[in-house]
Design a protein around this ligand. Sequence first.
Ligand code: AFP
Length: 339
Amino acid sequence: MDHQADAQRTDLMTITRFVLNEQSKHPEARGDLTILLSHIVLGCKFVCSAVNKAGLAKLIGLAGETNVQGEEQKKLDVLSNDVFVKALSSSGRTNVLVSEELEEAIFVEASHRGKYCVVFDPLDGSSNIDCGVSIGTIFGIFLLDHDNAGSNDDVLKPGSEMVAAGYCMYGSSCTLVFSTGSGVNGFTLDPSLGEFILTHPDIKIPKKGKIYSVNEGNAKNWDEPTRLYVENAKFPKDDSSPKSLRYIGSMVADVHRTLLYGGIFMYPADKKSPFGKLRVLYEVFPMSYLVEQAGGQAFTGKERALDLVPKHLHERSPIFLGSYDDVEEIKKLYSATIA
Ligand code: AFP
């Protein structure tokens, strides 16, 4: 019997243990972020369980239809939004909440109010739900310097001011990846324990990748730098191999692959959508934060993505993110076009 291997299997780094370890490195910390993260983890577990059951549940009349008790079931994205709004506001640590599902921000009532603002997309990639393809939750966290009633201005700030960000991917396994500003770590949910276990410590994105990821169906409307980048990826001018194309259409899944395997993920501006499609606060910012923390870059076509200052809660921006060298290449193409 291999006792050493057994010992390794029993010494599990759960997400709670990991976050508490991180907290102990900051003697001034009062545990507020730890508590907030544990509420986010709970929300992710809840949504993961709902996503896993959705296909089956639909067969027996649940999820979006009427169940055996005759109750209307909420659609997964509405349910996920409710789960996160409740988990976050009941943490007692939040002040302003911005969700992709809600037009206006939520301002947490005084009795539960804390200093953190959370921007989130409770279930991103919803067009992939019905075919069982990976979807996810994305979140970013800002810290206020006051605990008075918040306002929209508390989140209309550059992404570089976030103190943490992450996503949870509901795929063949449930994976939670997050950063509190000192690297990126990934945890996989062990369904038998109901715990997220550290499986991807200190994720570093490869400096250069072999994959490009973009909705190529929009190519006829692309700008020149994007067109040139993709042409070079497919027909390299040097003797390097062409890149592979991978596109899932769920940002969480496409960014997760990019973080682990390297390459570039792009949602550019085009003639039809001059600001691209993806939302600054709860898609572009959290993913750019993670990619930078993992050693990559995130660029809007004009500037570092985390330097953007959104004017509206649901503002959109073009985004190019991934391996350092690959993003460097698109940056050069943009500066050559402007020059
Ligand atoms: P849905 O939530 O409508 O499926 O959109 C997903 C998403 O916001 C993001 O997760 C994808 O990267 C992107 O849109 C895909 O957009 P296209 O379908 O236009 O390629």
